[in-house]
Design a protein around this ligand. Structure first.
Ligand code: FE
Length: 130
């Protein structure tokens, strides 16, 4: 990221949002805005506004992070192998802007494809249906 872009994002985002979306940090469980949020609508990228997850796929995982069985469109996310921290995980990023969103695991509801997209609230905005 060039310095001008970085400065722009530092103004637009809180320190926590910057650390999570740009540096891959993780918010504390049960701390975010959306883990216990049940309204109908669309979750979009905090950084660029791309549509990422529909409330239709949101479920209560008990993890303390917003959890979804699927992205609204797989073309809107990048799934990247992540072996950091001694764990084999798959990172989820916004395809449009590269923001770190969270990780996807294979322990989601089996009747809905078995995936659990575990996403930081700080990476998301919520939009009600228009
Ligand atoms: Fe984005």
């Amino acid at each position: 990221m060039d310095d001008a872009k970085k400065e722009e994002l530092k103004k637009k985002l809180t320190d926590e949002e910057f650390a999570i979306t740009q540096e891959g940090a993780t918010e504390a469980p049960f701390s975010g805005e959306f883990y216990n949020h049940h309204e109908s609508g669309m979750y979009t990228c905090k950084v660029c506004g791309a549509e990422l997850f529909s409330s239709d796929t949101k479920f209560d995982s008990g993890s303390g992070w917003p959890s979804f069985t699927e992205a609204v469109n797989r073309e809107h996310v990048d799934l990247i192998p992540d072996d950091s921290g001694g764990m084999h995980r798959t990172e989820v990023k916004c395809k449009n802007c590269g923001a770190h969103l969270g990780h996807v695991f294979d322990d989601g509801p089996s009747d809905k494809g078995g995936k659990r997209f575990c996403i930081n609230s700080a990476s998301l905005c919520f939009e009600q249906p228009k």
